[in-house]
Design a protein. Sequence first.
Length: 489
Amino acid sequence: MTSNSLVRCLTAAMCTTMVSLAGCGSPDEGPGRDSNHPANDSGPSGNAGSSGSGSGGLGEVGGGGLDSGSVGNAGGAVANDGAPATEAGSLTCPSPVPVDSRLAMRKACFFRLGALPSDTVEVKAGTKFPIDHIIVMMKENRSYDQHLGRLSLHGQPDAEPLPDTFTNLDAQGAIVKPFHLATTCLKTDPPHSNAALHAAVNVDKMDGFVKGATTASSDGHYVMGYYEDTDLPFYYFLANTFAVGDRSFSSVRGSTWPNRDYLLVATSDGVKDTGGGHPAENLPTIMSELDKKGVTWGAYTPSTPFEECLGWAANHVGVHNQAAFKAALADGTLPAVTFIDSREGIEDEHPAADVQIGEAWTRDIYQAVLASSIWPTTALIMTYDEAGGFADHVPPPNSCQPRPQDTGFTELGVRVPLIVVSPYARRHYVSHVVHEHTSITRLIETVFDIPALTARDANSDALLDMFDFGCPASPQIPAPPAAGTMGCK
């Protein structure tokens, strides 16, 4: 069988489960952006960049790529229902990113609680996705610039660079520029309360991080530091191999609890900071809505689930230990939606944890997922709950107020890393679309046809530009490097 015949056979076999993404084409290219002031592309009063772009994939069928900064039709025929045409010679991979025809409506916060995914994003009602398992890994307190700010210099030139022109003044008036951190285990935890982060962002100047981190024993300069690919080789591998978002923001300009609340409840029910209370127990959660649909879920944690943001005990229904996660992977019984946490202050990367230990833990989970029987139908979403007071140069845009009573909850927090790992993730791809934690919520709702919990997730994208459901899956993955070591000094 020739390689072209094999591609056609694979495509024909898989198209029965491919997503019907309506209206592939070429959306208008977003306005240009300089390194300090990204173009306005999404979210009310947003500051985010243009639609996603990418280049040739690793292990892709067909190869090729999309031009940087735009989404163009790569020349392949597209069927009326949005699925790829399968006539001989007509399949082009990677497939074009679908036009997001509802973007303007979401930016205007048009959609409300209960809106179905087919109303708000580019999917048709009844769509069957080739994704059966979604694993959400949310780590702790690192900004995009700190972890991936040098990605544009190390394999992914389309990623937003950390500009040399980005500066903060310290308490003595000295200019502080970004610099390479000398250690992977910072001993100081910078302030990251709601008030502290508003001061750090300073409307949109992004110039208050150093002063906010200044104490009697520290000049605060460390918050401007970054890591190189030699420090975090596995994370740079993930960002270069799969789909990375360089416009992903935490959902609240605050600390851990409210941000994790938005992932799970699409509101924090008024909670602004960790320790400030929990959402009401009678509020619907993504877990309760999965239960209604008969979709299995599980939370795997070495301590209390979700870093305690919901107030759940370790024996709450659906909560399991970490050993159970690997056991379920091994025997193929992992729930359809899984949330996995690591040990607090050790593997979750919250200061003063060694980020290389956290990277090694992430790599271990990644390897276990890829070795499992469910990998061909899995999406692993890796992100951080908030930036933790570490500097980032991209001003956060606004988002939609979840409910009438959630006044003051329209400002997104500081940018965080976001990586989508899947056989269907676009390869070597950078998404410039504005994402937030409720984008992950909306992905779960989209795959399993669940209505929106609030107006926030109703008006969030569903990470769909980071997937390529129009082409056969790309199962071939390069061998990953080891996690970094010896960085803690």
